[in-house]
Design a protein around this ligand. Structure first.
Ligand SMILES: [Zn+2]
Length: 347
């Protein structure tokens, strides 16, 4: 409806940082405003305090409203709902009002009455009881941070008798503090910016950015495709306080295939079953010389060749040579030690 009738309804949505211009045209694909200089006339909509509407625009808007049989409030709601969808990816909610005071733009929204669904069985036969509000951060609006004030409801399902809080589909997780749209932007920026830089840019807590990335990675790597894996490497990493993680990687693609707590065979969990289920034929297993990994490889992958990796071989060789050197030096008498110190390096 807004595509057809409200292109020329301007100024419903104030643009932070833009003054002396009003929205002259609103196009949806690609989403943009076309700005025209403001005319010094009083605003007709009552929703656009910093800007004014020309009488011509107001007349067009009134014509559209008359044709559609709508009142002014309905036009405002639909425009803002449309803005919420195209800027924040939020649908199924009615916009109630804006709050532009302070440093943050706040949109007060409530779910449309016919959009409540039971989160257990999906039934629409529910009774919704308002229980409070929830604040969620979304994509910035112009230069202003943006937050949603969502009226939350508790749902009583008459189909499965479950009591549930309503689930916000525009959030990436039930406990998320940011919308999917903002999370996607944060993840995209992480390849170029640090967590603290992103947090400062969007005026978020750095833990929010960190948690968003962790959730994204958890979802992305929840299931790893092991089909076609032929060469794997196993090693442990120290994560502090005598704690270790065992990491298994595909040596061809570099992909992380498995992360287990601790080190040794127990940390590899059900990796061999997963490899078998995926039809992977492992030809080579590279590892250090820890006995636990070797025993696991011989039992779980009897046809795979066990290769001790280059780093650990060189490290072991250097340690052996160092021990021989020290032992040899200890066996020298004073005259030989003095000669060695004078003519070459010594311990
Ligand atoms: Zn239900």
């Amino acid at each position: 409806m807004c595509q057809r009738g409200f292109f020329d309804v301007p100024c419903i949505f104030p643009l932070p940082g833009v003054r002396d211009y009003r929205v002259g045209r609103y196009a949806q694909v690609p989403w943009r405003h076309r700005l025209v200089p403001v005319e010094a006339r009083p605003c007709l909509s009552g929703a656009c305090t910093p800007w004014s509407l020309s009488s011509a625009c107001g007349a067009r808007r009134r014509t559209v409203m008359r044709k559609e049989g709508m009142d002014r409030r309905a036009v405002l709601v639909i425009m803002s709902n449309s803005m919420l969808f195209h800027t924040q990816g939020i649908r199924g909610f009615d916009h109630r009002r804006w709050d532009w005071s302070g440093d943050t733009a706040t949109a007060f929204v409530v779910r449309q009455s016919d959009r409540f669904r039971c989160s257990s069985c999906g039934s629409a036969d529910v009774t919704a009881t308002p229980v409070g509000e929830r604040i969620v951060r979304g994509m910035p609006v112009g230069t202003k941070p943006f937050e949603l004030n969502v009226r939350m409801h508790r749902l009583k399902c008459h189909h499965c008798d479950a009591y549930r809080m309503e689930r916000l589909e525009f959030l990436p997780g039930p406990h998320s503090h940011i919308t999917r749209a903002l999370e996607r932007t944060v993840i995209e920026l992480r390849t170029e910016m640090s967590i603290s830089a992103i947090a400062e840019y969007f005026r978020l807590d750095w833990r929010t950015v960190r948690n968003a990335e962790k959730e994204h990675l958890r979802r992305k790597y929840r299931s790893v495709n092991l089909h076609g894996v032929a060469r794997i490497g196993i090693d442990e990493i120290h994560i502090g306080r005598s704690r270790y993680k065992t990491v298994v990687r595909d040596l061809v693609t570099g992909a992380v295939l498995h992360v287990g707590d601790g080190r040794g065979a127990d940390a590899l969990g059900n990796l061999s079953q997963r490899l078998t289920a995926a039809g992977a034929v492992v030809e080579t297993v590279a590892m250090d010389m820890a006995a636990g990994y070797g025993a696991w490889a011989r039992e779980a992958l009897p046809n795979a060749a066990v290769v001790y990796d280059h780093f650990h071989l060189i490290k072991l060789m250097n340690e052996k040579l160092d021990r021989i050197r020290r032992r040899t030096v200890e066996e020298l008498d004073d005259q030989q030690t003095a000669f060695l110190k004078k003519n070459g390096s010594c311990c």
